[in-house]
Design a protein around this ligand. Structure first.
Ligand code: SF4
Length: 395
């Protein structure tokens, strides 16, 4: 006689691997998706018009199926995370972006700037040899000299030689270049020489001038952001790229943003990961706007995976999406959850209710429960191998 097992019969660790969705053929209620599916299955590039269909269709499960197909073609079940720490050396900023809840004017309540020793102490607090990355971003400080940032980086490198320094957005690099009266290339070369290993992808927001004028008109424009990324890649610094969505942009703005990133990636191949960032309106000048919905978050992950065919990775940044949505995103095109983080400030100032950090085993649990294989990586996506006493990066 056949015995019918219920899910409770399995120990929890085993259970994760039993929850594997049935592989079924592509089905769409929206016939506009059929030619798109043919192209995706043949590995062909999608156009801007097709991206607009992906944004406008009600058939989110069909879009998700296609994105998941690409994700599995690239990575199978592999799902990446890292053990990192955020360091925000200052929140003092000359810009006043309406999207921002983090920046403060100098000498206003809540403004802070870390002395170098303080930044080193922040890096060291809670530090263990498990940390493989410091993610360093901050405001555009009117007085700190370029030398402060070079010393910050070289001091961290000296104290933590094995930790990868992912530091300074394109916006910060451009500001430092102006303050130091150097070209972007010279600035990046000096930062690299001091110890910067790669760049994060922040500050891209939405490239459209019309939208930038509303949400961040003090920032460099979209083409300067893209030029700075291009230059970083040309001198051998990898970077990520982001898009802030869910405020006043429309589908055309989002598609324009994705296509511009795809074009630079065709030239340089220097982007590692695309990170769609859900807008958090709380405590910003745009606080009247609603938060993004789960449906938009999931759709944005899926469309990104389908349009950015030359980006190796799509990240579901759990801090912004919530761990629950991020976990679902692993079936809608995402292959990375970001990291343990430790003390995230920027989105928590904007009302994020997620924890400010997550333990390594909690991230592994989220990934395995989604039926995926958790791979700890370093910033360059090399697997990190751990034993009880040692950490090795496979090269
Ligand atoms: S988003 Fe960045 S540049 Fe704009 S105000 Fe905030 S910290 Fe400054």
């Amino acid at each position: 006689m056949n015995r019918h097992y219920s899910i409770q019969d399995f120990p929890s660790r085993l259970r994760y691997h039993k929850i594997v969705p049935t592989q079924h053929a592509f089905q769409a209620e929206d016939t506009r998706l059929e030619p798109i599916a043919r192209k995706v299955l043949a590995g062909e590039r999608l156009s801007g018009d097709e991206a607009l269909v992906l944004y406008s269709t009600g058939d989110i499960l069909a879009v998700g199926w296609l994105a998941n197909h690409v994700r599995e073609r690239l990575h199978g079940d592999r799902t990446y995370f890292n053990v990192n720490r955020h360091i925000n050396p200052t929140n003092v900023c000359v810009a006043a972006c309406r999207l921002c809840a983090f920046g403060r004017k100098k000498d206003t309540p809540g403004a802070y700037t870390m002395a170098l020793e303080e930044a080193y102490e922040t890096a060291a607090s809670g530090y263990s040899e498990a940390v493989t990355e410091f993610h360093i971003v901050g405001g555009l400080h009117p007085d700190l000299p370029f030398q402060y940032f070079l010393d910050l980086v070289s001091g961290l490198k000296q104290r933590f030689p094995q930790v990868h320094l992912k530091a300074f957005t394109m916006v910060e690099v451009s500001y430092l270049a102006k303050r130091a009266k150097l070209s972007i290339r010279e600035t990046l070369l000096k930062l690299k020489e001091a110890g910067v290993d790669s760049l994060p992808g922040g500050g891209a927001e939405i490239f459209s001038d019309r939208i930038r004028h509303i949400i961040c008109d003090h920032k460099i424009d979209g083409s300067e952001w893209l030029d700075t990324a291009r230059t970083a890649h040309q001198i051998g610094l990898k970077s990520n790229a982001t898009m802030l969505y869910g405020h006043v942009e429309n589908d055309e703005d989002r598609v324009d943003h994705l296509l511009k990133l795809r074009a630079v990636q065709d030239e340089t191949n220097g982007f590692q990961t695309f990170i769609p960032l859900a807008f958090h309106p709380e405590n910003t000048a745009l606080a009247h706007l609603p938060k993004t919905t789960g449906m938009l978050d999931i759709r944005q992950i899926a469309v990104s995976r389908l349009i950015l065919d030359n980006f190796p990775h799509i990240k579901a940044y759990w801090q912004m999406l919530t761990p629950k949505i991020a976990q679902i995103a692993l079936r809608f095109g995402a292959d990375d959850l970001d990291g343990t983080v430790i003390e995230e400030k920027i989105y928590h100032d904007a009302g994020a209710t997620t924890p400010q950090g997550m333990r390594r085993q909690d991230l592994v649990h989220l990934i395995e429960e989604a039926g995926r294989e958790a791979i700890e990586r370093d910033t360059l996506y090399r697997p990190v191998l751990r034993t009880e006493t040692t950490v090795t990066v496979a090269v």
